[in-house]
Design a protein around this ligand. Structure first.
Ligand SMILES: Cc1cc2nc3c(=O)[nH]c(=O)nc-3n(C[C@H](O)[C@H](O)[C@H](O)COP(=O)(O)OP(=O)(O)OC[C@H]3O[C@@H](n4cnc5c(N)ncnc54)[C@H](O)[C@@H]3O)c2cc1C
Length: 414
């Protein structure tokens, strides 16, 4: 990859930078940064995030790759990367729009009709309305097509019953993208349909789940006789799987290359401040060796991520090999967090202990990272993608292929 901007890219970067300088403050490089897992759900944070998104929309810098007629600026993917790089240098509220803008918007733009795009896209882009993804269920995560929430046609409406889980941000969302089973007599993937549901509809019950780190990033969502107008269906009845694939491709792209940020810098700083037998830990060769190993592997993840950028810069779509970034990056981040806790001693293991600056940050990171190894495809699922679609190894055997969903055995044989 050529790491320098082309003249056009440099001009675009300068334009983006000028707008950001006029509208936001430069960030402190030691700031912990974005809340990637959506843990910050207090009303003040949400209001601040909405206000920043509105400001970007008014300035023409929201969802820049989306078509101009819906408020975007028809920018290229590499321009979007450049915009993201520049925006990340400024102090902005946590990005609570990852699912709406990264996944729901692109799906509506791909599969929605004109009326649906006009109804939903402008308020999604301007941050006025928040969206969530209602896909996973208690018995359908990696095997999403095994989902059991049903929708039955009744006049001009569909009546939905069932349960979703792990729905990030559902407690403050206005709309949700929903995949349901509309035909149990069809094969597993063929009996699904895709809807947009108003989260304020009667019969939608959202129950936040409290996590190990006390955050409430995700929820259980129950549907009891919820009515959704047929006008809120995306694509044909029975074509829900194809629409869901669009969402999932965008999910993987928006979760991205699994960069590990400046964790190395934080580890070095901590090792300089922590006392190991009367001298700074950084003077211990085994500590330096661990940090050097993390540094080498982090650069591997970073440069692999540049392959994705190269594909974008050349106008092509990154392939399944981009799954590598999250697979390796999330596991590496978890190892680094564990080392940070070890290094910090008691302060590392204690939430909010400020006796050793920086030590407890690794505690928070350690509790949050396991989610990253699951969301958007677990490690095992990503390995399956790499083995089947990158290395060309034989596919997993699938015993439920071509069988009507209702006939797939679900319990022990009697
Ligand atoms: C932070 C976070 C946010 C999330 N947000 C959302 C959201 O907003 N909306 C939403 O719909 N969902 C969301 N999810 C759910 C997420 O998509 C699922 O957790 C994920 O798809 C895994 O499904 P599961 O939890 O049911 O695990 P399962 O699929 O039951 O997997 C259990 C274990 O079996 C392994 N396994 C499963 N299948 C295979 C296989 N074929 N080969 C080898 N091993 C296998 C898995 O790797 C895992 O270790 C979120 C999850 C997290 C952690």
């Amino acid at each position: 990859m050529d790491f320098k901007d082309t003249p056009e890219e440099a001009a675009f970067r300068a334009e983006a930078r000028a707008w950001l300088e006029a509208n936001a403050e430069l960030a402190d490089p030691n700031d912990p940064g974005d809340d990637v897992l959506g843990e910050r759900t207090d009303p003040a944070t949400i209001a601040a995030a909405k206000a920043w998104q509105k400001k970007k929309a008014d300035g023409g810098w929201a969802c820049i790759t989306w078509p101009e007629e819906y408020g975007g600026r028809g920018a290229t993917s590499i321009q979007n990367v450049i915009w993201g790089q520049e925006e990340s240098k400024f102090k902005t509220p946590p990005n609570i729009f990852g699912i709406g803008i990264g996944m729901c918007g692109p799906t509506v733009l791909t599969h929605g009709d004109d009326r649906q795009k006009k109804q939903w896209i402008p308020k999604l882009l301007s941050g006025e309305e928040l969206w969530c993804q209602l896909f996973s269920e208690p018995s359908a995560g990696s095997d999403l097509a095994g989902l059991r929430t049903t929708a039955v046609k009744d006049g001009d409406d569909w009546v939905v019953n069932g349960q979703k889980i792990w729905t990030t941000g559902a407690q403050f969302c206005d709309w949700g993208i929903l995949v349901v089973r509309t035909d149990a007599t069809a094969a597993k993937h063929a009996g699904l349909s895709y809807f947009v549901v108003d989260m304020h509809s009667p019969g939608v019950e959202v129950r936040p789940i409290t996590q190990i780190n006390h955050g409430q990033g995700f929820n259980e969502v129950f549907f009891s006789d919820v009515r959704i107008p047929d006008a809120n269906r995306l694509s044909e009845v029975g074509n829900g799987w194809a629409v869901a694939i669009t969402t999932l491709m965008n999910e993987r792209a928006s979760i991205g290359g699994g960069g590990t940020g400046d964790v190395i810098g934080d580890l070095i700083e901590l090792a300089e401040n922590v006392d190991h037998g009367g001298r700074p830990a950084i003077e211990d060769a085994s500590v330096r060796e661990r940090i050097a190993d993390f540094y080498t592997r982090s650069r591997g993840v970073q440069y692999t991520g540049y392959r994705t950028l190269t594909a974008l810069s050349k106008g092509t779509t990154p392939g399944p090999e981009s799954s590598l970034g999250k697979l390796v990056g999330a596991a590496l981040a978890q190892e680094m967090a564990a080392f940070g806790i070890e290094l910090g001693g008691v302060a590392g293991a204690t939430h909010g202990d400020i006796s050793t600056p920086g030590a407890s940050a690794f505690h928070d990171m350690y509790l949050a990272i396991p989610g990253l190894r699951i969301a958007g495809g677990t490690d095992e699922v990503l390995r399956n993608i790499i083995s089947e679609r990158v290395l060309g190894l034989p596919p997993e055997s699938r015993a439920d292929k071509g069988i009507a969903f209702k006939d797939i055995p679900t319990g022990p044989a009697s």
